[in-house]
Write a protein that binds this ligand. Structure first.
Ligand code: IMP
Length: 210
């Protein structure tokens, strides 16, 4: 099946607008008609019951591919903080609610309870592409940094204001999207997926489900 532009469709299956913006920028120009969940308002989000980023990325990609009847790519990601035993991890989106100032306060409180003001931390992303009931590609990315002494910056989304990246000397919320994507977990994972889409998968693209 091809879309209006004569290209095979590919659903970017995320309802997180921050992620979506970054993914669309990285996949710009791939030979697929990129669709988003805005085209499928009737599809509810699945429960993310996996214990790992990989489990949840696969679960979401398979779920959305099946519901939409299109190849679908899903990103599961989060922040792991060493001093908090790698929390929030797969629970990053809902850990201490969904309000980021509240979440940041919880992180600083939990660090203070351990006598700390900072900790090594990393963002992790696992990306899965599903087509006709199978996972046909998977990529990953990790960026290592540390928890900033206080939130800084207005770019990006989520935990970016408290993620200090030493090579840049600032948080990921203090750089624009292109600079973040050049080093970020999602940048690595989707740059690798982009290469797959342009080579093997592009040569025999995932197709519409029967
Ligand atoms: P998911 O939808 O379960 O994958 O949740 C991902 C959550 O991890 C997001 O809602 C953010 O809280 C956090 N997260 C993932 N990637 C980033 C990022 O690039 N910057 C900031 N926070 C992120």
């Amino acid at each position: 099946m091809t879309g209006p532009a004569g290209l095979p469709p590919l659903l970017i299956a995320t309802s997180n607008q921050g992620k979506l913006r970054e993914i669309l920028a990285i996949l710009d120009g791939v030979p697929f008609e990129l669709r988003t969940l805005a085209d499928f308002p009737a599809i509810d989000a699945p429960e993310e019951t996996g214990r790992t980023f990989a489990d949840n990325a696969r679960l979401k990609a398979l779920y959305y591919a099946e519901r939409a009847g299109l190849p679908a790519v899903a990103d599961d990601s989060g922040i792991e903080i060493d001093a908090l035993d790698n929390a929030p991890g797969v629970h990053s989106a809902r850990w201490h609610g969904t309000d980021y100032p509240t979440k940041f306060a919880a992180i600083y409180r939990e660090l203070a309870a351990r006598g700390l003001t900072t900790s090594p931390a990393r963002f992790v992303a696992h990306v899965a592409l599903a087509d006709r009931g199978r996972i046909v590609a998977e990529t990953t990315g990790v960026i290592r940094g540390e928890i900033a002494p206080q939130p800084r910056g207005t770019h990006g989304f989520g935990y970016d204001p408290i993620f200090y990246y030493p090579p840049y000397g600032c948080t990921l919320a203090e750089v624009d999207g292109a600079r973040k994507a050049a080093v970020s977990h999602r940048g690595q994972a989707f740059t690798a997926l982009r290469a797959r889409l342009l080579s093997t998968l592009g040569a025999s693209p995932p197709s519409k489900q029967a």
